[in-house]
Design a protein around this ligand. Structure first.
Ligand SMILES: Nc1ncnc2c1ncn2[C@@H]1O[C@H](COP(=O)(O)OP(=O)(O)OP(=O)(O)O)[C@@H](O)[C@H]1O
Length: 361
């Protein structure tokens, strides 16, 4: 074997460390405050997603020309790609107020009835994680979306009565990370559905330049490219990395960000040039160094990195799979040739443990 035999340096990736992952696409407390300041305010400021922007622009312009409320909109896509931002832009473009809530916050049909009955005419209701709403609330939503009416059930058992309640026309903007999980009757009630894609590096560079301008940070094009390449196709991560690089630049380089400063800062934060962090690399290293590239079962891999199965499967693997570094096969997890190259290791001759046949020699 021609790789070093010391085994992976998996460190101590406790749950607390995971919550602080710089490359997690979910929002944290700090994000929410800063994100408000960095959010594009209209469709022109919204970077990338050309098709979605073009289509949405037509939907909104046509509704405005008719003096009507815009059709219901469903936005699907991974966390941090701009679904909340787009919903706010829809409201702004329609000159309408916006109410923000989420599926998990609506556990009873009554919760939803209370929200719906207090909407103003034309208001945008943003329902994040719409796939996590309770079943009774979901059924109430069908009628509200289609007929702008809900039946509020008063009482229980045989004496229960349904009191119809008229609603003002409103625009529901539903957001989900998993459009496939939505029941077809709900999906069909949206007049416009858009899928948000991960952003290309050049688009993330534009996001970074825009945010740097708003944060009053000096950054050159190479510095922005360096951060964009590590941002996993996600504007939220790009903005978060920019803020960490800004800290480093303030302490070490009079606040100016160029390629070397960005690279040095992100080395300190353990985000590599492809956007992998310590956990991602620990999983890859275990797979390559301990198991010759696999196939190896998920549980074994998880024990090797000292993590829960779910952490490896849900936190690390999706990005590694997306990047073409790891494959989930019926025989177990397998590293791709790109994984060997990324860690600077040489794949064993003859394709040890399943390399051959799965990816060629
Ligand atoms: N197209 C874009 N152009 C510029 N900035 C963007 C864009 N999309 C997202 N952002 C920035 O990324 C951050 C996260 O976006 P947003 O909160 O809209 O994501 P999201 O898809 O709603 O995420 P989640 O599903 O986790 O709530 C925001 O601060 C916003 O400024």
């Amino acid at each position: 074997m021609n790789w070093d035999e010391t085994g992976p340096d998996t460190g101590d990736l406790t749950d607390e460390r995971l919550q602080d992952r710089l490359v997690d696409a979910g929002a944290d407390g700090e994000d929410t405050a800063v994100e408000a300041a960095l959010r594009p305010k209209d469709l022109d400021e919204f970077v990338g997603q050309e098709k979605v922007r073009e289509q949405l622009d037509l939907v909104l312009k046509a509704a405005r020309a008719r003096g009507a409320t815009a059709d219901h909109v469903l936005l699907s896509g991974a966390p941090g790609l701009g679904k909340t931002t787009l919903s706010m832009i829809i409201a702004a473009e329609m000159n309408a107020p916006i109410r923000i809530t989420s599926g998990p916050a609506i556990q009873h049909a009554g919760d939803l009835a209370a929200i719906l009955s207090s909407l103003q005419e034309g208001e945008v209701l943003f329902l994040d994680e719409i796939h996590r709403m309770s079943r009774p609330a979901e059924e109430m939503l069908y009628m509200a979306m289609e007929d702008f009416r809900v039946d509020v059930i008063v009482g229980k058992g045989p004496g229960a009565t349904a009191i119809p309640l008229e609603l003002p026309p409103f625009t529901l903007v539903g957001a989900t990370t998993r459009a496939g999980l939505l029941p077809p009757p709900l999906r069909d009630r949206f007049g416009f559905t858009a899928h948000m894609e991960f952003y290309a590096p050049a688009e993330l560079e534009r996001v970074i330049h825009r945010s740097a301008g708003l944060l009053d940070v000096a950054i050159d094009p190479q510095g922005a490219a360096e951060i964009a390449g590590r941002s996993r196709g996600t504007p939220r991560i790009a903005n978060r990395l920019l803020r960490r690089v800004r800290d480093y630049a303030q302490v070490k380089a009079e606040g100016r960000i160029d390629r070397d400063i960005a690279a040095a800062a992100l080395r300190v934060y353990e985000v590599d040039e492809r956007g992998l962090d310590r956990l991602d690399r620990a999983v890859l290293q275990a797979l390559l160094k301990l198991f010759g590239g696999g196939p190896v079962g998920l549980s074994t891999l998880a024990v090797a990195v000292g993590e829960e199965r779910e952490t490896v499967e849900e936190v690390a693997e999706p990005f590694l799979v997306r990047e073409g570094l790891l494959a989930r096969t019926p025989r177990g997890r397998v590293a791709t040739p790109a994984a060997w190259a990324h860690l600077g290791l040489t794949a064993p001759q003859g394709g040890a443990m399943g390399q051959q046949g799965l990816f060629g020699a």
